[in-house]
Write a protein that binds this ligand. Structure first.
Ligand code: ADP
Length: 495
């Protein structure tokens, strides 16, 4: 009978479950979307129970699609939307408040007030690798304790549990028996000391978080307990957890310093492995835990861009210049390579390395003959230039990109891959299995379950679908990138 690894991929808009065979080949997928709640300007919430029910439904549907059941599963790996914050009652499992999603900005003013103390910003970056921002869990958790009636008292008494989504799913999966997380998810809470690999007392005090709320932090490949029989019909060991971007890097086998992956979905996340040393960024990138195995931590530098595929959605839905995202490729191929039109997609501000929340989008350099295809091409090129911005910051921090492994919905677009290679002056590699996030969760779980015995063995499974080499010369590259930097400069809120 065929055996599988179940990878749960709990994302921001949908929950998915994939079955991989022991060679890492995807065999089945189940998926269910769930509701997004926007109760106030800048607030984004999920219902934890919907997160859970959609996850279970996806698992069952993946199993049913290949007529498999829990007895065919060797292990479960979890990967998840990161930073999203949930607090629940340890007895009943009942959440005390909706999940506060990573996008939620309700603690902006509080973060802004803390930022006045420069040494605090330094301290937080030094300990956690993160920038002081509402994005991370700490201020969201503090908000719940301060704003939900009785929550702080119940927390002090040990009645409540905090977790990121992985931890909440594990609690539910195990029938309330396990309250743990992994080091990669812990590294996104802004409460975890990534150098010492422990919850940090000074930060807990700063954010007023009782220690007894927190999950135990384990390696990414670890014994996280058994799923309860009631969930899938039989007990299955949960043996791996990784945050989504770390899982994608793991699925792309970025196991050595300098290896990098970039995921081009709605937004874009680039991670470079920096090895066993935490590299503290001087260029507004994040340092984070890539993975921790056998108590050995591998670190990464991370940069994120808000608008990648989302710019295609804007061109399609608001501007109506394309019918489908794929049309962008045909139009770009009919446009001059020396295009001097720049679209800076700062619709919601600019992410790394600018972190300019008040910048706004604009198109520059239009002439009388500028038409729809130039604007669409400028949209695609903006993805390349923004990646170059990240690459520049990474290089300034002392790490460099050798080749870039790519994944995400946009990488079907071969024109984009070519322009990425041209703008970055680096080879761009697309793997055959592009479900890298779920694959990373499957691999890490498989390591602990004994299916794989080393990272080298996992690496040997990575297969190249397409390598794209730079075709343009340095003069072209410099001229285009100078034009981009000039355009970005004009969109900045403060110069
Ligand atoms: P997410 O996981 O963030 O929901 P996906 O990885 O599924 O996103 O990627 C979807 C994004 O990729 C969409 O924003 C879509 O506009 C973009 N996209 C899909 N196909 C193409 C294409 N051929 N060219 C450019 N963009 C594309």
């Amino acid at each position: 009978m065929k055996k599988y690894i179940l990878a749960i991929d709990q994302g921001t808009t949908s929950s998915r479950a994939l079955l991989f065979d022991l060679d890492g080949k995807p065999c089945a997928v189940g998926q269910q979307e769930f509701r997004q709640y926007f109760p106030a300007n800048g607030w984004v919430e999920h219902d934890p129970l919907e997160i859970w029910s959609s996850t279970v439904a996806s698992c069952r549907s993946a199993l049913a699609s290949v007529a498999a059941d829990a007895a065919d599963l060797i292990c479960i790996g979890i990967t998840n939307q990161r930073e999203t914050t949930i607090v629940w009652d340890r007895q009943s499992g009942e959440p005390v408040h909706p999940a506060i999603v990573w996008q939620d900005r309700r603690t902006s003013d509080y973060c802004q007030s803390l930022r006045q103390q420069e040494q605090l910003v330094e301290l937080i970056q030094d300990k956690t690798g993160l920038l002081l921002d509402p994005y991370f869990s700490a201020t969201k958790l503090r908000w719940i304790l301060n704003n939900v009636e009785g929550a702080r008292e119940r927390a002090e008494k040990g009645e409540l549990a905090f977790g990121t989504v992985d931890s909440y799913l594990l609690w539910q999966l195990s029938g309330g028996r396990q309250h743990s997380t992994d080091a990669s998810n812990a590294s996104r809470t802004m409460l975890f000391n990534i150098r010492q690999q422990c919850w940090d007392d000074e930060l807990l005090e700063l954010f007023d978080i009782p220690r007894n709320l927190l999950p135990e932090v384990k390696d990414c490949a670890a014994d996280f307990g058994l799923s309860d029989k009631s969930v899938l019909g039989a007990e299955v060991p949960v043996t791996g957890i990784l945050g989504d971007q770390q899982a994608a890097a793991f699925g792309q086998c970025c196991f050595h310093p300098g290896m990098a992956k970039s995921t081009y979905g709605t937004g874009c996340f680039l991670l470079v492995n920096t090895g066993s040393e935490m590299v503290k960024s001087s260029n507004r990138l994040l340092s984070t835990v890539a993975y921790r195995l056998n108590n050995q931590t591998s670190y990464a530098i991370e940069g994120s861009i808000f608008m990648a595929g989302a710019t295609m959605q804007w061109l399609r839905d608001e501007m109506r210049l394309i019918k489908t995202a794929a049309d962008s490729e045909t139009m770009a191929r009919a446009t001059s390579d020396d295009l001097s039109v720049y679209l800076v997609p700062a619709f919601t501000g600019l992410g790394a390395p600018y972190w300019d929340a008040d910048a706004r989008a604009a198109i520059f350099g239009m002439t009388r003959d500028t038409g729809d295809k130039e604007i669409v091409t400028a949209g695609l090129m903006s993805v390349c230039y923004q990646t170059r911005d990240l690459a520049e910051a990474i290089a300034a921090d002392g790490a460099s990109l050798e080749t870039l492994r790519v994944d995400g919905g946009m990488i079907k677009n071969d024109y984009l891959l070519q322009k990425l290679a041209d703008v970055l002056a680096c080879e761009v590699h697309r793997p055959t299995v592009t479900e890298t996030t779920a694959l990373g969760a499957a691999y890490v779980a498989g390591l602990q379950a004994g299916i794989y015995d080393s990272l080298d063995q996992i690496s040997s499974k990575w297969q190249l679908d397409k390598a794209t080499k730079p075709e343009k010369d340095e003069q072209w590259r410099q001229a285009r990138y100078r034009g981009w930097l000039d355009a970005v400069g004009r969109t900045r809120s403060v110069v």
